[in-house]
Design a protein around this ligand. Structure first.
Ligand SMILES: Cc1ncc(COP(=O)(O)O)c(C=O)c1O
Length: 370
């Protein structure tokens, strides 16, 4: 691209990007709202993490430890990992983008699945590389379909496991089969942002695969079960050469001091994590049952959110449901840009929020009946 004379032109690919649209957080004219649009935890962070955050206030004039050493060591101890193979970032978004920056360029291809997390597409396009989209089966990534997209130009595969916005997952045996079918120069990125919520024997986030291979990276986040989304904190577990690459290109102080302090404290409070996971398991099941009883199709989810599919009848479509819920201060997520023009994604909320959504959708679907 040459651009207009006298005006800087971005690199090819950049203007193909549709900027990421975050979940809405307010409704004009509505005081009290329930934000169920970004898969945040309704229980918030550990009080110990909040305290550590406050305690850091006296040190704001100083740069943080650029290596986030305390946090990497705490993560290493918590998950049984080598701290030197962990790289921290400003959310896992930053790490996904750094991986794309390091391994993708013009002429390269990178694969993700049909309803996969959209940040992959943006990260791939931002590097001038070509996104290749593999079809899914039953709203679930399919190892064979992903493999059949691999060409000699493929440099990376991005797999959210579990995936957002579907909540479906690939059993670890399938992930292993996917990995086994890849050329060794293709990077497999396992994005396990929701791993803590999954209670399935056939699920693993991918630690073992990273530990035993040179071409697998696992990304994780403090934004979901740890309740620290606003602090922007994520981490990647990498083969040593990939950790080295990420450390060369990341900002030298990419993780803030308060985030490091809060992250360490959050990890120490695993009782809070267990409470949050138990809350999620209980209400995820309850919501799925209640929505099914209302006649909505619900994609089976192992995450902290549910994808609700609406009827085709105009007055009963997702758009109308969204407006009906918003008028009651209940904010869900439209997911048309994920290939679901007639669905809404709902994060599991507090008991109050969950009951209000079920009640409101009951009213919405009952309108005009009888
Ligand atoms: C699948 C998946 N990966 C990564 C992220 C990014 O999380 P963060 O950048 O907050 O760590 C999200 C956030 O919604 C997600 O759903």
């Amino acid at each position: 691209m040459t651009g207009d004379a006298g005006r800087p032109a971005p690199r090819p690919g950049i203007l193909d990007i549709q900027a990421y649209v975050p979940g809405e957080s307010g409704v004009p004219g509505k005081g009290r709202v329930f934000k169920l649009s970004s898969n945040e935890t309704p229980l918030g962070p550990s009080p110990a993490a909040v305290k550590a955050y406050h305690n850091h206030a006296g040190a704001l004039a100083l740069y943080p430890d650029g290596g986030a050493t305390a946090l990497r060591e705490a993560l290493g101890a918590q998950y049984g990992l080598k701290a030197e193979r962990i790289v921290c970032g400003a959310g896992s978004d930053e790490l996904l983008n750094l991986l794309a920056a390091a391994y993708l360029g013009p002429g390269d291809e990178a694969v993700y699945s049909e309803h996969g997390f959209l940040v992959y597409r943006l990260a791939i396009l931002a590097r001038g590389a070509t996104p290749v989209v593999a079809p899914e089966t039953n709203e679930t990534a399919n190892a064979d379909a992903l493999l059949s997209c691999v060409s000699d130009r493929t440099r990376a595969i991005f797999l959210a496991n579990p995936n957002n916005p579907t909540g479906t997952f690939l059993p670890i045996d399938e992930v292993r089969r996917l990995h086994a079918g890849l050329p060794r120069n293709v990077l497999l990125v396992l994005d396990a942002a929701y791993a803590e919520y999954v209670r399935r024997n056939d699920y693993e986030a991918g630690i073992e695969l990273v530990a035993t291979n040179d071409n697998v990276v696992m990304t994780r986040t403090f934004s979901k079960v740890y309740g620290l989304a606003s602090l922007r904190l994520g981490w990647a577990y990498c083969p040593a050469p990939i950790a080295d690459v990420l450390n060369r290109i990341r900002g030298p102080f990419n993780v803030s001091g308060p985030a490091i302090a809060a992250g360490v404290a959050a990890l120490e409070d695993q009782a809070h994590v267990e409470t949050s996971v138990a809350h999620n398991a209980k209400w995820l099941e309850w919501l799925a049952k209640e929505f099914a009883a209302l006649g909505l199709r619900v994609t089976p989810s192992v995450g902290n959110f549910l994808l609700l599919h609406f009827a085709e009848e105009k007055a009963k479509r997702a758009e109308a449901a969204d407006a009906f819920l918003k008028a009651r201060g209940l904010i869900l997520r439209r997911v048309g840009n994920y290939g679901f023009p007639n669905a809404l994604r709902m994060s599991v909320g507090t008991e109050e929020a969950n009951r209000l959504v079920v009640q409101a959708l009951g009213e919405f679907l009952g309108q005009g009946r009888g």
